[in-house]
Ligand binder design. Structure first.
Ligand code: ADP
Ligand code: ADP
Length: 227
């Protein structure tokens, strides 16, 4: 479980991005942070893997204060997916994914086998394995980004508007594939979106944030809809 315990983040210029946020993102579930632009979603997400440090409060991962875990160690257990897939442009699709198991000390053959498995998991044909990122559609690039984030088999995934840059038809496909993969893998996921429909479709629990960085509500989608 990921626990935000009275977490506040103020930026040096005085912006209060996150204001006393407390919530528990349960293990094996998708917790969605939703709210308008600027309400502190990305800041909250990045405090989980210590890309951003809280001004006060704590973020706990399975009961451990993340402040006491080296960022490099912490990030080995946390996949991170952003809106633009952020692929290495000079590496093929397969090598983009295989880089991760290689870094973790697997052999070349193991890394390539793992990458091929992940391509299949995210619904990409093996015929794309030798292409470079520029030769892929936006939706295909996002799939590779998800595959790369899964390559280390992290128990936790942080996803920041991962499907927002693609057209609505592809977005729906990606959402459906994401739910299928999650049903299989049961990761602990925090998913950021500004789209309430996406939040309701994907979230086991939904944290509604307000501008000013406060939490308005944290509930399952059914309770959200009933208000
Ligand atoms: P995201 O939710 O992924 O951060 P946004 O479109 O909300 O995407 O924000 C894009 C960038 O603009 C972010 O880096 C964010 O910090 C910044 N930003 C968001 N809201 C505001 C705002 N109200 N004023 C100034 N900058 C903002
Ligand atoms: P969201 O992801 O919901 O769009 P962000 O977490 O990106 O929101 O931003 C929350 C608030 O913090 C916004 O007002 C944004 O402008 C501000 N902000 C984000 N990053 C910085 C920064 N590096 N310095 C100052 N203010 C920032």
């Amino acid at each position: 479980m990921i626990r935000f315990d009275s977490v506040t983040k103020g930026y040096p210029d005085g912006t209060l991005a996150v204001d006393n946020l407390s919530l528990d993102a349960p293990s094996g579930q998708i917790s969605v942070l939703v709210g308008p632009s600027g309400c502190g979603k990305t800041t909250s997400l990045r405090m989980v893997n210590r890309m951003i440090e809280p001004t006060s409060g704590r973020v706990l991962l399975d009961g451990r204060d993340t402040a006491s875990i080296e960022p490099a160690e912490l990030r080995r257990g946390i996949g991170y997916v952003i809106q633009q897939a952020g692929l290495f442009p000079h590496k093929t699709v397969l090598d983009n994914i295989a880089t991760v198991p290689l870094l973790l000390g697997r052999s070349k053959r193991e890394a390539r086998n793992r990458a091929a498995e992940l391509l299949e998991l995210v619904g990409l044909p093996q015929t794309l394995a030798g292409r470079y990122p520029v030769q892929l559609s936006g939706g295909q690039q996002q799939r590779v980004g998800v595959a790369r984030a899964l390559a280390a088999d992290p128990p936790v995934m942080l996803m920041d508007e991962p499907f927002s840059a693609v057209d609505p038809v592809v977005r729906e496909q990606l959402q459906n594939e994401f739910l299928r993969i999650q049903a299989e893998l049961s990761k602990t996921i925090i998913f950021v979106t500004h789209d309430i429909d996406e939040a309701i479709k994907l979230g086991d629990k939904i944290a509604v944030m307000r501008v000013g960085g406060t939490l308005a509500q944290f509930s399952p989608p059914a309770e959200l809809l009933s208000r």
